[in-house]
Design a protein around this ligand. Structure first.
Ligand code: DAH
Length: 327
C-alpha cells in the first residue's frame, strides 16, 4: 500500500468507526495511536523516508487524522457512558449489604451517657496512664494501705510510679484539682487490673464514675440520684444500699438491684471523704459531695444475660451480630 492508499484507508476507518463498548474504543485507540505499533504512530516515525517534496503535506494530513481520531474517541466515549447511565434504573431495590452493629459495651455505654446527660451531669475525659497520686494517694489510698490489694496494678514505671489506672475514680482528683464547686460530672472509660482472666474478670474493662459536689449534698441526694439512674436503665426495679467500705468515701455503700428474682450487686458509691476534698484544695467545711462508680461490662452482662466476660473481647461475629437492632 502506498502512502495515499494508507491515508485513505485510515480516513475510511475513522468515518465508519461505530463502537458499541468502551472496549471497542480502547482497541481503536491502540490500533491507530498505540505507542509501539499504532498505524499513525508508525507512519509518523517513518516520515523521514518520504521524499522531501511530499513530507510536509503528509505530515499535515497525519496530524489532522490524529486529531480526528482523538475527537472521535472522546465523542464516542461520552456517548457510551451516557447510554450506560441511562440504563441505570433507580427503582430497582438496592443490594442487601451486611452492615455491622454496635458492640454491646458501646450500646450500654451510650445508654449511660444519655441518662447521665439527661440528669444534668457533664462529661469529662480522664487519663488511662495515671500517676500514683491521682490513682491512689489523693483518693486516700496511701502506699501500704491494705485496700491497694483490691486493685492489683500494671505499673509502667516505679519511683516515681506511673501505672495504668485501676479505676475511673482518679478522674475525680484530676477534675476537682482544676475546678471549683459546684459541679456535677461523669467520666467513662477503660481501666486496667492485673487480674487472672476468667469468666468474670478481665485485665481491662470499662467504668463510669459520677460525682457531684456542692453545698449541703447529702446521702439522700445520692440515693435519689442512683435510684433515678437505675430506673432509667432497668425500668422499675427494687434497689438496696448495703454499707460498705471505700477509702475515698465515708460513708460508703454498695448498691444492689433485684433483677431476675435475685439481688445483684451493681455499683459502689458514697459521700466523698472530706480528706479527699482537702487533697484537691476544696473547702470541706463548705462543700460536700457524693460519688459513684460502676462497671460497664458487669452491667452489660446483667442486661443481656451474658455469662462470660471474655466473649466481649473475642471479636466473634456470631456473638456480635446479635446486637444488630440496638443503637
Ligand atoms: N473505684 C471503685 C472501684 O473501682 C468504685 C467506686 C466505689 C467508685 C465507690 C466511687 C465510689 O466513686 O464512691 O472499685
Amino acid at each position: 500500500m502506498n502512502n495515499i492508499e494508507t491515508i485513505n484507508k485510515i480516513k475510511n476507518d475513522i468515518k465508519f468507526f461505530n463502537p458499541k463498548t468502551i472496549d471497542d474504543i480502547k482497541k481503536f485507540k491502540i490500533k491507530f495511536l498505540g505507542k509501539k505499533n499504532g498505524i499513525i504512530t508508525l507512519f509518523i516515525k517513518k516520515i523521514k523516508y518520504i521524499p522531501i517534496s511530499d513530507r510536509k503535506k503528509i505530515g499535515i494530513i497525519l496530524n489532522k487524522l490524529k486529531n480526528e481520531i482523538k475527537e472521535k474517541i472522546l465523542k464516542n466515549y461520552i456517548k457510551i457512558k451516557n447510554i450506560n447511565r441511562n440504563k441505570f434504573d433507580i427503582t430497582i431495590p438496592g443490594k442487601f449489604t451486611n452492615i455491622g452493629s454496635l458492640h454491646p459495651i458501646s450500646i450500654i455505654k451510650n445508654k449511660i451517657i444519655k441518662i447521665l446527660y439527661y440528669m444534668g451531669f457533664y462529661c469529662v475525659d480522664g487519663n488511662e496512664i495515671e500517676d500514683d497520686w491521682h490513682n491512689f494517694t489523693a483518693l486516700n489510698i496511701p502506699i501500704l494501705h491494705p485496700s491497694r490489694d483490691m486493685q492489683d496494678t500494671f505499673f509502667l514505671q516505679k519511683n516515681p510510679d506511673f501505672l495504668l489506672r485501676t479505676h475511673t475514680s482518679s478522674v475525680q482528683i484530676r477534675y476537682m484539682k482544676k475546678n471549683s464547686p459546684p459541679f456535677k460530672v461523669f467520666s467513662l472509660g477503660k481501666v486496667y487490673r492485673n487480674e487472672t482472666v476468667s469468666y468474670n474478670s478481665n485485665y481491662m474493662f470499662h467504668q463510669v464514675e459520677g460525682f457531684y459536689v456542692n453545698k449541703n449534698v447529702s446521702f439522700c441526694d445520692l440515693k435519689e440520684t442512683i435510684q433515678y439512674m437505675i430506673n432509667l436503665l432497668f425500668g422499675k426495679v427494687k434497689i438496696r444500699f448495703r454499707l460498705s467500705y471505700f477509702p475515698f468515701t465515708e460513708p460508703s455503700a454498695e448498691v444492689d438491684i433485684f433483677y431476675d428474682n435475685k439481688w445483684l450487686e451493681i455499683m459502689g458509691c458514697g459521700i466523698i471523704d472530706p480528706q479527699v476534698l482537702k487533697n484537691v484544695n476544696i473547702d470541706s467545711n463548705l462543700y460536700t459531695g457524693f460519688a459513684f462508680g460502676l462497671g460497664i461490662e458487669r452491667l452489660t452482662m446483667i442486661i443481656y444475660n451474658i455469662k462470660d466476660i471474655r466473649i466481649f473481647f473475642k471479636n466473634d461475629i456470631r456473638f456480635l451480630s446479635q446486637f444488630k437492632n440496638e443503637f
